[in-house]
Design a protein around this ligand. Structure first.
Ligand SMILES: Nc1ncnc2c1ncn2[C@@H]1O[C@H](COP(=O)(O)OP(=O)(O)OP(=O)(O)O)[C@@H](O)[C@H]1O
Ligand SMILES: [Mg+2]
Length: 134
């Protein structure tokens, strides 16, 4: 797999979520995604980005346009140094929240992508990587 473009951005405020949505959509367009695929990855990105801000205390997003042979994709890596997630399987379950949300963000984002990986442990922060292929 080759990385063709890389961009990183901070995630601290709700304005950053607006910027994230614009940047992810622009990269999805550049990768040749149609409107439905653009919207899927933008929706997944805003859910995970919001979690980075709300639960992770802020962090960063790295956006990559990637290629595997003829296939183009968009890979997003969210990283924070927050409290981490003790039980990842439980956190992924629909309806599970420790905040005031619906508990649908993680599971929903996973379903909107082709690849989804969470690395997290208490005190170690959280890194979530997701990829959607065209
Ligand atoms: N970056 C993170 N750091 C620490 N805990 C997290 C992080 N992201 C998610 N979590 C934990 O996983 C739970 C589930 O996240 P999820 O996005 O599915 O639901 P939510 O954010 O609580 O609600 P919703 O996204 O539906 O508004 C959160 O309530 C939180 O406890
Ligand atoms: Mg959420």
């Amino acid at each position: 797999m080759l990385t063709e473009t890389v961009e990183t951005m901070p995630l601290r405020t709700s304005d950053d979520v607006v910027r994230l949505r614009q940047a992810v959509r622009a990269r999805a367009v550049a990768a040749g995604f149609g409107l439905v695929d653009q919207t899927k990855i933008v929706t997944a990105a805003s859910e995970i980005g919001r979690n980075t801000i709300v639960y992770g205390g802020g962090g960063t997003l790295r956006i990559e346009v990637v290629r595997n042979g003829q296939r183009q994709g968009v890979r997003l890596t969210f990283e924070d140094q927050g409290p981490g997630i003790a039980d990842i399987a439980t956190a992924l379950r629909d309806g599970y929240t420790t905040g005031s949300g619906l508990g649908l963000g993680l599971g929903g984002a996973k379903r909107l992508c082709n690849e989804f990986d969470i690395r997290s442990a208490p005190g170690q922060g959280t890194t979530i990587t997701l990829t959607r292929w065209k």
